[in-house]
Design a protein. Structure first.
Length: 298
């Protein structure tokens, strides 16, 4: 009886949310400040690293296109072993942006349009990244046997394009993910997360928005993803893999599974009040899990 009752409630909630829609155009005003506490953990190869930080968003000015907003990431902490190569590699993207100041251009509905101080952000991030990479190779010289220092520098540099920074600011695990969007229950869309194409379906219940996604990649997209990973981790083998990529895929041994679930609770002003994001992936038996929680502090 309890199972039937629970199923009926779930069915009623699903039916009642069908067709619900929300346009996420947050309130903006010069001087407005929103501070979020961010907690996350990532598990790769059986090793879990916990991270915390604060993100401060400040509306600095009104411009003809919309608004300029500053994002400051502060108080970044990680329990990862600083002498462990895997720990440093997993947290490097967070470390290089700590204490950074990113000026973001929003249109009038809140959609992220540009990074106003992109060159400054890139130069400071590269300086920090080079410092971390030098520390990593000094503390663990044996890492050079499987990964070249210059190769890692190039990888980081490629991740610091304006487009990729914007994508990082607006991807699922971000308070800005819904800004400027109209979301309707049952709506489907495709998006890219770290070169993986995912298909997502949305659910709206009042001011609560949920999304569930799974990897949805064509054969050509999978080829591109595989080659990008080989170029990152074993560039000396890239040409060989590229020549034989079709044969490799035909074996059926290379599989990529990825799923992501996000839940956003919006405040009355349509800024995110709280959100959770859970992502799981399995690439050729190598599993990774990432869990993120973001909570508005003020």
């Amino acid at each position: 009886m309890k199972k039937v009752f629970a199923f009926s409630i779930g069915l009623l909630m699903a039916v009642s949310s069908f067709g619900q829609s929300i346009k996420v155009t947050p309130a903006f005003k010069k001087g407005m400040v929103k501070t979020y506490a961010v907690t996350s953990n990532v598990t790769v190869a059986g090793q879990t690293i916990n991270m915390t930080s604060e993100q401060k968003y400040t509306i600095t000015k009104e411009v003809p296109e919309g608004y300029e907003m500053t994002l400051e990431t502060t108080d970044f902490k990680s329990d990862g072993n600083q002498d462990n190569p895997l720990s440093r590699l997993l947290t490097i993207s967070d470390e290089i942006l700590k204490n950074s100041r990113i000026q973001i251009l929003l249109n009038k509905e809140g959609k992220v349009m540009d990074i106003v101080n992109y060159q400054e952000v890139k130069e400071k991030s590269l300086t920090m990244a080079n410092h971390i990479i030098d520390e990593l190779f000094e503390s663990t010289p044996e890492i050079s046997q499987v990964l070249k220092k210059e190769t890692l520098r190039e990888q980081v540099s490629k991740e610091l394009t304006s487009e990729k920074i914007i994508n990082g600011l607006t991807v699922s695990a971000s308070p800005l993910a819904l800004f400027g969007r109209t979301i309707t229950s049952g709506m489907e869309d495709k998006y890219n997360n770290n070169m993986v194409s995912l298909k997502r379906i949305w659910l709206v219940t009042g001011k609560v928005v949920g999304a569930s996604a799974k990897a949805d990649m064509s054969r050509e997209e999978l080829k591109t993803f595989i080659l990008s990973q080989v170029e990152k981790m074993a560039p000396q083998q890239a040409d060989m893999i590229k020549e034989n990529i079709d044969q490799v895929l035909n074996t059926g041994l290379i599989k990529l599974d990825m799923s992501e679930k996000s839940n956003y609770e919006l405040a009355d002003d349509l800024w995110v009040k709280s959100m959770t994001n859970d992502m799981e992936s399995n690439f050729m038996g190598q599993k990774s899990d990432t869990h993120t929680k973001i909570q508005l502090k003020n």
